[in-house]
Design a protein around this ligand. Structure first.
Ligand SMILES: [Zn+2]
Length: 344
């Protein structure tokens, strides 16, 4: 009888070991573990043969059952590790990970192209003895229009539509208010440039509702249009190359008299005529003029003693010309493919 019991145990053990060997995933393994080693599993069930044995044989059976249980447990542990490794290898194969690749470099920040252009313009004027002045972006009507010789009903205001704020101020439409603020705070002679953000209700490929200007202001005794021309000539040559020619065309601005539009000889076609200069060989870059006596008076400066000139240039405009950019919106879309071209 006992031989039969031993052989049954051996068969049970062999079945168990074979089943574990061929287990294909962890859920099968868990089920087998329950089947063989669980509280109601086959090993435990086997113990019922105990009562068929004589008291002398019982400890022997107990020892054999324990040995069978140990062997099965060891087999389960081994199978578990094997399945986990196989799963990891399959995962790695799926991801095609290449552990020899170099690590990812952190992205370095850089100056925005508009900031860079602003700094280039600032450097040109700083080298000529100008200082940098700043003013608020939310401005009073008085400084933005009135003191600059735009009376309340002046049609030139229509071209500079902007947002009014709740406190009655407005988003400044140009950097020119800094002229008046500077005149009120400093005694002439004055040489400043005033870079900053300005706002207008404009929105197309060459106009943005928010853009940047640099204002220039020079007040001294005996200044005239030729001084303005000389400075702007030097400015254009520093920016676009030493052979750059400029020309002045009569224009109108309420705060300058006389007023001029300043063109540079087309840097794209050498004045042969192209799409960018609209065939005429000249490209407009800024507006300027001699300061209107009314503006000097608003700044508490006597126009009988002092005279001065001023100009305003769009930073986007300059950057577009320097780099051949045709859509102003690219500056503000934060597309790294565009911006990273200018970081070298
Ligand atoms: Zn051209």
């Amino acid at each position: 009888m006992s031989d039969l019991i031993w052989s049954k145990l051996q068969a049970l053990l062999d079945d168990g070991l074979n089943a574990v060997n061929s287990a294909s995933d962890e859920s099968v393994l868990t089920a087998l573990q329950k089947k063989y080693l669980g509280k109601k599993g086959e090993i435990q069930a086997y113990m019922q043969h105990m009562k068929e044995l004589s008291p002398a044989e019982r400890p022997k059976l107990g020892a054999l059952v324990n040995e069978a249980r140990d062997r099965l447990e060891a087999k389960f542990a081994e199978a578990e590790v094997k399945l986990q490794n196989a799963k990891l290898m399959a995962d790695l194969k799926l991801r095609r990970e290449d552990l020899t690749l170099p690590g990812r470099m952190p992205v370095r920040g850089a100056e925005h192209i508009l900031q860079k252009t602003q700094r280039e313009i600032e450097d040109i004027f700083l080298s000529m003895g100008f200082e940098i002045a700043k003013g608020p972006q939310s401005e009073w009507d008085y400084f933005n229009f009135e003191a600059l010789n735009f009376p309340a009903d002046h049609p030139a205001r229509d071209m500079q539509d902007t947002l009014m704020l709740e406190n009655g101020s407005l988003l400044r439409t140009h950097t020119s208010p800094v002229q008046v603020r500077t005149m009120l705070n400093y005694e002439p002679p004055i040489r400043i440039i005033a870079p900053g953000t300005v706002y207008r209700r404009d929105d197309d490929v060459t106009h943005s509702p928010m853009f940047h200007q640099i204002e220039g202001l020079h007040i001294e005794k005996g200044l005239n249009l030729t001084h303005l021309r000389g400075i702007l000539q030097l400015f254009a040559q520093s920016l676009f190359g030493k052979d750059t020619k400029i020309r002045l065309r009569p224009s109108f601005f309420p705060f300058t008299e006389p007023s001029v539009e300043v063109d540079i000889a087309c840097i794209f076609c050498g004045q042969k005529g192209c799409r960018l200069c609209k065939g005429c060989g000249w490209i407009e870059i800024l507006g300027a003029g001699m300061i209107d006596p009314n503006v000097l008076k608003a700044g508490h400066i006597d126009p009988e003693i002092w005279s001065g000139w001023a100009f305003g240039v769009g930073i986007e405009r300059v950057a577009m010309l320097l780099h051949g950019i045709t859509d102003i919106r690219l500056f503000f879309e934060s597309d790294m493919r565009f911006l990273s071209q200018f970081t070298k």
